[in-house]
Design a protein around this ligand. Structure first.
Ligand SMILES: [Zn+2]
Length: 152
């Protein structure tokens, strides 16, 4: 990819970090199992700094199924992997989504809710906009009135 990467800087992440995340998402999309839609999607999840230090990146791709409603999105695939690798206390600093179809695509509603489960006040999402541009938004902007489980 040679297009210029722009960012508002509001995420607090460097352009290099954002581009790395985006490239990892694109590489993950190459593993996509999408024989039905042929929409090849990858996601890269940057985990918040762990108590041991260091920040980890976990990727995933969409995995379709002949029974369409069993299809797993790339974001959910990456998050399930992250929990499997690092446990239930993970927190997500950022998610980059990419596809190999050259299409604009935001995380779907189900993925926004899934990201929210492990989010912080500074979780950012980077996703393909029109004409190969990269869009960015805070998770709060993408899912402003989210469901949260609260016991009475
Ligand atoms: Zn989704």
């Amino acid at each position: 990819m040679t297009e210029q990467l722009h960012s508002s800087g509001l995420s607090g992440l460097s352009l290099g970090a954002i581009d790395d995340l985006r490239q990892r998402a694109a590489r993950a999309a190459e593993h996509s199992y999408s024989p039905y839609s042929r929409f090849r999607v990858g996601a890269a999840v940057l985990l918040a700094q762990s108590e041991q230090g260091g920040s980890n990146i976990v990727t995933g791709c969409n995995v379709e199924n002949a029974s369409f409603r069993l299809t797993t999105c790339a974001e959910q695939s990456a998050i399930a992997t992250a929990v499997g690798l690092y446990g239930p206390a993970i927190r997500i600093r950022a998610v980059a989504v990419a596809n190999l179809n050259g299409a604009a695509s935001m995380p779907c509603g189900a993925c926004r809710q899934t990201i929210l489960e492990f989010s912080t006040a500074e979780t950012w999402i980077f996703y393909p906009a029109e004409l190969g541009a990269l869009a960015e938004a805070s998770l709060t902007d993408l899912i402003p009135a989210a469901f949260r489980f609260e016991q009475a």
